[in-house]
Ligand binder design. Structure first.
Ligand SMILES: Cc1cc2nc3c(=O)[nH]c(=O)nc-3n(C[C@H](O)[C@H](O)[C@H](O)COP(=O)(O)O)c2cc1C
Length: 332
């Protein structure tokens, strides 16, 4: 079998992709030149840098003061104002149209949101601008002591339902794992209309500067939610839902892509590694996937996708339990 004969194509929420490697939402996807290179190096799709719900509200109300003070932190207002100037909502939709003219891989718009408000109506504008799909990054931190887990879950569901009513392109939901019954809740998101689940959202993380005694940003070099955590939940979810799954966090090599696909992911998303190693690393990773497929005599992604998920691994619960006992008993 020749390397060229290998087929990396896959389907993600109904979209045909040339490869399962998607460029995750980040600053790199806010450049036409970089997006063109991503396509040339073999990326299957790109997810645009997120626009914030607050930005859409700010622009559509034409006045930041109109944002409710309890709704947006005062510090955030300055940031939004600044960000709105460089990446206004109008510019964002124009940018989608421009990207669509220069590449033929799917272009996925991204909105970062925390509530179900009027901004939702503007999701359709992204569809009209040519976006092939929309990824909603729902960034709710459950820190309110007066709210139950159900309150939070309902909030997600209201957002998903409302957005789904406004668009007919596929909808991906990038979510956190802060739910008391994660698998059931993720399944409910799919039933509410999510065509794909993106596991998991990377929250802004804070750190403490012990000399300055100040709260600071943790920086992007610290790993997000963690590769192995995502691997576990992809493996479980892929055995129980029939929507698409995309894995995001700590994917840095072809081996990592293979692992997430074996666990049942339809696609993987990469961001940090491209900042560290450059865009040509896309090709390096995909070549590594092809070399592995060749070695294991797999012609195409469906030949091995999900082969190692929770359902397909023999007696998975016992397997996990035994590993746990070995680890803590120090027996290897
Ligand atoms: C510099 C940077 C900017 C990011 N901006 C966004 C964003 O606007 N929207 C979003 O949903 N995720 C954003 N992310 C998160 C990534 O899409 C990705 O989910 C996360 O970084 C985990 O993948 P990684 O380990 O490959 O970086 C950003 C990540 C980085 C590193």
């Amino acid at each position: 079998m020749k390397n060229q004969a290998l087929d990396l194509s896959c389907t993600y929420m109904g979209l045909k992709l040339k490869s399962p490697l998607i460029i995750g939402s980040c600053g790199l996807t806010y450049s036409l030149e970089k997006i063109r290179k991503m396509q040339d190096y073999g990326a299957g799709a790109v997810i645009m840098k997120s626009i914030f719900e607050e930005q859409i509200i700010a622009e559509t109300t034409r006045s930041l003061q109109e944002l409710e003070s309890e709704y947006v932190h005062p510090d955030a207002l300055g940031y939004i104002k600044n960000y709105t100037e460089i990446a206004s909502y109008e510019k964002y939709t124009n940018f989608i149209s421009q990207v669509k003219k220069i590449v033929d891989i799917p272009v996925i718009a991204s909105i970062n949101c925390v509530s179900d408000g009027d901004w939702v109506n503007y999701a359709k504008r992204m569809q009209d601008a040519g976006a092939d799909a929309l990824e909603l990054n729902i960034s709710i931190l459950p820190v309110d002591f007066s709210k139950t887990s159900k309150d939070y879950e309902d909030k997600y569901l209201r957002i998903i339902n409302h957005v789904k009513e406004n668009i007919n392109i596929p909808l991906a939901v990038k979510t956190s794992l802060y739910f008391s019954s994660l698998v059931k809740t993720l399944q409910t998101f799919h039933y509410a209309g999510a065509d794909a689940l993106v596991l998991f959202n990377r929250f802004y993380e804070s750190d403490i500067d012990i000399d300055q005694m100040k709260i600071i940003s943790a920086g992007i070099d610290k790993e997000g939610i963690g590769f192995q955590t995502v691997l576990r939940w992809i493996s479980i979810m892929s055995s129980h839902v029939d929507c698409s799954l995309s894995a995001t966090s700590g994917v840095v090599s072809g081996k990592d892509i293979i692992k997430q696909l074996l666990a049942g992911a339809d696609t993987v998303q990469v961001a940090t590694v491209l900042y560290n190693k450059g865009l040509d690393h896309i090709k390096t990773m995909l070549d590594e996937v092809k070399a592995w497929m060749l070695k294991h005599q797999f012609n195409a992604i469906p030949d091995f996708k999900g082969k190692m998920n929770y359902e397909n691994v023999e007696n998975p619960e016992a397997y996990l339990r035994i590993q746990f006992m070995k680890y803590f008993a120090g027996i290897e």
